[in-house]
Structure formats: structure tokens, C-alpha cells
Design a protein around this ligand. Structure first.
Ligand SMILES: Cc1cc2nc3c(=O)[nH]c(=O)nc-3n(C[C@H](O)[C@H](O)[C@H](O)COP(=O)(O)OP(=O)(O)OC[C@H]3O[C@@H](n4cnc5c(N)ncnc54)[C@H](O)[C@@H]3O)c2cc1C
Length: 462
């Protein structure tokens, strides 16, 4: 098997590489290998069973055509200051231009015309004034909200477009290794029908997503692919009643707040806000259960959830940030008997665990019913927990009621962006013919930025 371009992973980064190659009129032979299923065959059994079935060999939420994006809320962040550090690699202006370009592609495939977070100048000013008083920075970021259901339709249309235009996609095909000879990448080894098969290509693009970060780290170590340990984000998912977040939800849809609370002054931020949304669980291949959140376009809950993430950067001699975060996640899972833990904010301040019966006494009812009431502070390091508490107190000055007794904190919320691959601005690694994109490359953290990286790669490979 021999191709011009071989893409590992059919998430946004991988598929937008192929889309842009087609849009540029490229006649190159393109193959995408994807370990999951086609988007129309993806389904999470939790919709029927009501709880996570810990699917093997992989989680359907994060694996398959459109990657982690398929079941996501589909919030496209339309600002270059959100979604990762790609601007540091290729320049902010190019990223912003490519966001605008990529956004039009999403519109062509059926995205909603409406953009949230625009035209509310006076109200935004008021929120920013309160943020400044609280020592927080408010980041402006218009959002195009696809919604979980619509997301599926858009990615199905993209899948059909790629297949109808000659892009080959091998589903159920996991890449296990790369093939290197004389410092050049010649392709990959993948499992096809139970057999290890070599697939050769002039250019190999690894776009394996957050779930592939661990695997890619091993590949980097085995073949001396230049990389550096990156940031890892550890935090919680916070859930409150919609009434508490009403103003910011209406004015901004997503309030992106950043702070550096005392005493540690680490970066702490809000991330992935879901008005009327649902807290969800993702399972990693090693059985790690982590918390996330999403919202549907039309089906709304009474709650808003948002992540609070603390960035962790490590210095010499430690170079295993992913393993560090995993250990914290494992500890939290252990305390919750394999489930996500949930605790009321007031109980954390009072130094006690939360009991299930106490959750029932609150205005806010957990939207993740299989979360287990307990004590998240028994798993989260002191520094991280202090950062979270002090940040929540600051956010309370912008969103009164955020630091209420009944506010729910779910754990563990972990974001693995680690292992940043060293590349030039054309996404060449130090191995000829090998490129790394999207969340697994350490340069992106969101749907739009991963898609943009794909578009830029597609232009280079056309
Ligand atoms: C529940 C949830 C909600 C989210 N909500 C949002 C949101 O609203 N807005 C936002 O901007 N971002 C959101 N995100 C993050 C967003 O989905 C990711 O940032 C984005 O999908 C990254 O794109 P990617 O192409 O780099 O990787 P991914 O989307 O993760 O795709 C990687 C693909 O590679 C495949 N793969 C991995 N390893 C291999 C291998 N060895 N062989 C073959 N295939 C492999 C995987 O199966 C996967 O399909 C959310 C994520 C989750 C999980």
C-alpha cells in the first residue's frame, strides 16, 4: 500500500488536512486511517443504559470519524487567542485569517449562522469591569455553537464529501508504529483485519488527538522525535444553576476568565462553558474516567457547567506531566470506586465529604447521575486545590453565587496537551516526511484550532 499522504486519525486536524488538499485541487492519493468507526456508526451506549459502560477496545465518545469532536458541544472558538498555542508557531495573524477561512467551511457544511458573544458592548464592559476588580482577565471570543446533534450531521456531510472525492478512509484501523529508514519516515504499521500491515507514504501526518498523546510520546522517545514536555491542566468541572450564570451566558455564552491567584500565581482559567448543559464522563483506554461537559442545541438542562483548569509546568528533572495528571485521576477514580467524584463547594470549605442525601437538598441537581458524592480534596494536590478555591472566590465577584455552598465540583477534569512536538512553521518534525497535528502535537486544544492546523497542513501538502 503506497500513498502520497497518509493521515493517522480522522479528528478535525486530520480531516481538515484532506479537505484543504481537495479544495486546492490536489490530485494526490490520500489515505486516512482511523481506529474507530464512521461517524454514522458511532454511538455511546450510555444514551440507553444511563451510565458509562467503559467500552472496549475504545470509547465511542472520543474515537471514530470526527474524533473527540463528534459528541462534543461543537463550540467553535473564533479567536486566535483561544484553543492552543498555534499562534506561537505560525503567527497570530495567519491563525486568525485561517480561523475565518475554516469557519466558512463549517458554514458550507451546515453550521448555524448565529455567532454568540457579539454585539453586547455595554454588558461586556460591565462584566470586564467586575473581572478587573477581581483580578481576572476576560478574553473576548466569539463562539459558533454547532450543538451536539448538529455536529453529527456536519461531520457526516464532511465524511461523504471526502469519500466522494477520492479520499480513502480505513476505519477500525489502528496505527501501531511508524516506519523509519535513514532518518526519513516511510509510512506506518497498522492493524488491518487482524494483520500488521505496512502502509507507505511520502508524507505521514499524525493527528491522533488527546487520546493518542500517550502513544505518540512513546513513539517520540523510541525514534528521537524532538519534543518537550508541555503543560498539563488539572482541575474540576463546576456546575451551578442557570440562574447563577444567566448574565454571562446571555451576554458572552462562554465567559473565558483567566487569573493567577495567590499564593502560587499559577495560571487558572475557565474552559468549555455549557449553558443549559450536561456534565459527562469520558473513559481513557487505561480505564481512567475523567469528567467533561457538553450541551445540546435544543435540549437544555437547568444547570450550567464549566471547567476550572490549573496549568502545571514542570522543570528538570521531571518530564512526565501526563503520568503525573493520570496519577491524580487514578486516585480520584479509586476514591469514587471507578466513578467521577462530586462534592459541594461548601463541604470543601468546611473540610467534610459530601453525602448523596445532601446533594438532594440543593437547588442544583447533578446532571451526571452516576457521579459519586465524596471528597475530591483527598485526591487533588494542595497547590491545585488552593488555586481552584481562590479562583472560584474571584469568579464569584463576576458571577455572584458562583461560590455558593451548593456549587458542585466534579473531579478529575484533566487535559493532556503534553509532549509538544518540535516543528518548524511548515509542521516538519526533525524526521523527514513526518508531521504532527492537532491535540496530540501539543499545539492545539480545541475543535477550531485543530481544524486550522489541518487546513495549514493541507496547503503545504497539496
Ligand atoms: C466531550 C468533549 C467535548 C468537547 N467540546 C469541545 C468544544 O465544544 N469546543 C472545542 O473547541 N473543543 C471541544 N473538545 C475538544 C475537541 O474535541 C478536540 O480539541 C479536537 O477534537 C481535537 O482534534 P484532533 O483532530 O487533534 O483530535 P481528535 O478529535 O481527538 O481525533 C483524533 C482521532 O485519531 C484517532 N486515533 C488516535 N490514535 C490512533 C491510532 N493509533 N491509529 C488510528 N487512529 C487513531 C482517534 O480515534 C480519533 O478519532 C471537546 C472534547 C471532548 C472529549
Amino acid at each position: 500500500m503506497k500513498y502520497d499522504t497518509l493521515i493517522v486519525g480522522a479528528g478535525p486536524a486530520g480531516i481538515f488536512t484532506a479537505i484543504e488538499m481537495l479544495r486546492r485541487g490536489s490530485k494526490k492519493k490520500i489515505l486516512i486511517v482511523e481506529k474507530g468507526k464512521a461517524v454514522e456508526k458511532r454511538s455511546c451506549p450510555k444514551a440507553k443504559t444511563g451510565h458509562c459502560m467503559n467500552c472496549k477496545p475504545y470509547c465511542h465518545i472520543t474515537t471514530g470519524f470526527s474524533g473527540a469532536g463528534a459528541f462534543s458541544d461543537g463550540k467553535l472558538s473564533l479567536s486566535a487567542s483561544v484553543g492552543g498555542d498555534l499562534p506561537n508557531l505560525v503567527g497570530e495573524d495567519l491563525v486568525q485569517q485561517t480561523i475565518d477561512y475554516t469557519d466558512k467551511i463549517y458554514l458550507e457544511f451546515g453550521a448555524d449562522e448565529n455567532i454568540e458573544g457579539l454585539n453586547n458592548d455595554e454588558e461586556v464592559k460591565e462584566i470586564r469591569r467586575n473581572a478587573i476588580r477581581a483580578g481576572l482577565r476576560l478574553v473576548d471570543c466569539p463562539i459558533r455553537h454547532l450543538g451536539t446533534e448538529k455536529n453529527h450531521e456536519i461531520y457526516y456531510a464532511i465524511e461523504q464529501y471526502l469519500l466522494n472525492n477520492g479520499v480513502e478512509i480505513l476505519f477500525g484501523c489502528e496505527c501501531s508504529n511508524i516506519i523509519l529508514k535513514d532518518g526519513k519516515c516511510l509510512g506506518i504499521v497498522a492493524m488491518i483485519n487482524g494483520n500488521e500491515t505496512e502502509i507507505l507514504a511520502d508524507n505521514t501526518v499524525i493527528a491522533a488527538g488527546r487520546r493518542g498523546a500517550d502513544w505518540l510520546e512513546k513513539i517520540c522517545a523510541a525514534y528521537n522525535i524532538a519534543h518537550q514536555p508541555g503543560t498539563v491542566d488539572i482541575g474540576v468541572r463546576v456546575e451551578v444553576r442557570n440562574e447563577v450564570m444567566e448574565t454571562v451566558n446571555k451576554v458572552l455564552y462562554e465567559s473565558k476568565l483567566i487569573g493567577y491567584p495567590r499564593p502560587f500565581k499559577n495560571k487558572v482559567r475557565t474552559f468549555c462553558q455549557n449553558p443549559g448543559g450536561f456534565v459527562s464522563q469520558e473513559n481513557y483506554d487505561n480505564d481512567l474516567a475523567v469528567v467533561n461537559g457538553h450541551s445540546y442545541k435544543d435540549f437544555k438542562s437547568s444547570n450550567t457547567n464549566v471547567a476550572i483548569l490549573c496549568s502545571h509546568n514542570f522543570n528538570q528533572p521531571f518530564n512526565q506531566p501526563i503520568a503525573y495528571a493520570q496519577k491524580i485521576g487514578e486516585l480520584s477514580n479509586m476514591l469514587g470506586a471507578g466513578h467521577i467524584l462530586v462534592q459541594r463547594y461548601g463541604d470543601i470549605l468546611d473540610g467534610k465529604r459530601t453525602w448523596a442525601k445532601e446533594l438532594a437538598q440543593s437547588n442544583v441537581k447533578p446532571t451526571l447521575p452516576d457521579a459519586v458524592a465524596g471528597d475530591i480534596t483527598a485526591a487533588i494536590p494542595y497547590r491545585t486545590m488552593t488555586n481552584i478555591i481562590n479562583f472560584i472566590e474571584a469568579v464569584d465577584q463576576v458571577v455572584p453565587g458562583f461560590a455558593s455552598y451548593e456549587t458542585l465540583l466534579y473531579s478529575p477534569e484533566l487535559k493532556f496537551y503534553s509532549n509538544r512536538i518540535r516543528m518548524d512553521e511548515d509542521f516538519n518534525t526533525n524526521v523527514e516526511g513526518l508531521h504532527c497535528l492537532g491535540d496530540s502535537s501539543g499545539w492545539t486544544r480545541g475543535l477550531m484550532m485543530a481544524s486550522v492546523m489541518g487546513v495549514l497542513m493541507g496547503r503545504k501538502l497539496s
